[in-house]
Design a protein around this ligand. Structure first.
Ligand code: PLP
Length: 426
């Protein structure tokens, strides 16, 4: 088949807009008549700086990220790297805050030992990282925090499997969340790629107070970023790998509140952290270092940032009202597919609960006749013959998953909805 024959619903890396790839293919050989390809130019060149700065500005414009308060970082290590980076940096910031408070409390004449003892006691009694586990990816993040810090510092706020027969597919009622007091962060995954569960909106119990104080909220938006409006000001950190809605694999974005980038108040000394038995970030994961170097502390793949930049320019050109425009299209496409599934309750079973269905990863079982296994095999085979590919569910859960990312055109979603209907009727 040719590219034009296929609508690819894979969960990531995802389909990229063809025109972006065509422009990028030329740029790989010769970037803007420079005689050198984009992947060959120095990451320290002016041209690279322009690509980084434009991508940052376009992202901020598209998502309305307040540039005065947030820094956009291009990092490496993927979403998985951010599971670790968020822990290191937010624990550091928490310790620095407690340290400053203790110094203030004990006064300038306090002995070093006395300060350290007070800080140790505070760490032992109060250091907590809160995790809301609603699917495979927040579970991985929770497990990584536990691995890095030890279980005593990690609090499972809620586990969606508990009230759903041991399976993901719901978001526990917020009134049951066991949030810690003054947690170093409250972490959740906005869209669970494997399980098809998406937070319908920002969780109300995590909303900031009127004076702007409130929980330190961190979210993984790897698989739904750029598809709907984000209340950025409610987050201290949000991150996402590029390979779903932004670009190709190889670059990870972190948008972080600037107050977390002030070393004097957010970075305790490595010596102090060692005395407390707490880890410090590897330098490539220290947000403040990456920010200070405009994402160029070490060699960054400028090609990946370039692709992300081209995708953003295309989005800004397509939607004069920016992310709101894409949001309307995303909802329309998801509704088409879910409606087709719902019209045939005897042939399909949608996996997650209706109130938390993902617009991005549509997970269902085919229950038409024979065993589910046989039905799904037939479904995948017939879909593939029509050019609808990448529909097999994640290996850990099976079933069918249609990933409805931004680059799936409306016609692609229509074609899938039509097939869902005709397969059920046949
Ligand atoms: N978070 C989410 C929501 C994801 O979907 C993924 C990967 O699919 C990850 C994190 C892990 O990302 P990476 O493979 O870039 O480490």
């Amino acid at each position: 088949p040719t590219r034009a024959d296929i609508t690819y619903f894979g969960a990531g890396p995802a389909l990229l807009p063809t025109e972006v790839l065509e422009t990028a293919a030329k740029a790989l050989v010769d970037y803007n008549g420079t005689g050198l390809g984009i992947a060959e130019h120095s990451h320290r060149s002016e041209l690279a700086a322009t690509i980084i700065n434009e991508a940052k500005a376009d992202l901020a414009s598209y998502l309305d990220i307040p540039a005065a308060d947030y820094e956009v970082l291009f990092m490496q290590g993927g979403g998985t790297g951010e599971f670790s980076a968020s822990v290191y940096n937010m624990v550091g910031a928490w310790v620095a805050r407690q340290h400053a408070a203790i110094l203030k409390d004990l006064g300038p004449d306090a002995a070093e030992d006395q300060v350290l003892a007070a800080l140790r006691a505070k760490v032992e009694s109060s250091l907590k990282l809160d995790y809301i586990v609603t699917g495979g990816w927040s579970l991985k993040a929770y497990q990584e925090a536990t691995r890095l810090l030890g279980p005593e510092y990690v609090n499972l706020v809620a586990d969606a499997r508990a009230d759903n027969g041991g399976k993901f597919g719901t978001i526990p009622d917020q009134s049951t969340w066991r949030l810690s007091k003054d947690a170093a962060m409250v972490y959740y995954c906005d869209n669970e790629t494997v399980d098809g569960v998406e937070f319908p909106e920002f969780p109300k119990v995590l909303a900031p107070n009127a004076d702007g104080t409130g929980p330190i909220v961190v979210a993984d938006m790897s698989s739904n970023i750029l598809s709907r409006r984000v209340p950025v000001a409610n987050y201290s950190l949000l991150f996402f790998g590029a390979q779903k809605n932004l670009g190709c694999t190889g670059v990870t974005v972190a948008a972080i509140r600037k107050s977390f980038l002030q070393p004097a108040i957010t970075q305790p000394s490595p010596a102090l952290m060692r005395k407390l038995g707490l880890p410090i970030p590897p330098i490539v994961f220290q947000y403040e270092i990456i920010a200070k170097n405009n994402s160029l502390y070490n060699t960054l793949s400028i090609f990946d940032v370039y692709i992300a930049g081209q995708v953003l320019k295309k989005l800004l050109k397509t939607y004069p009202n920016k992310v709101d425009g894409q949001q309307a299209v995303s909802e329309k496409k998801a509704n088409l597919i879910y409606s087709a599934l719902e019209s045939h309750p005897d042939a399909y079973k949608i996996v997650p609960h209706k109130s938390v269905r993902s617009r991005m990863n549509i997970c269902f079982r085919v229950t038409k006749n024979g065993t589910v296994d046989e039905s799904e095999k037939a479904f995948l085979k017939e879909a593939t013959a029509l050019g609808l590919t990448g529909l097999k569910g994640h290996r850990s859960v099976g079933g069918i998953r249609a990933s409805n990312y931004n680059s799936i055109p409306l016609e692609g979603a229509e074609k899938l909805a039509k097939f869902i209907d005709s397969f059920a009727k046949a």
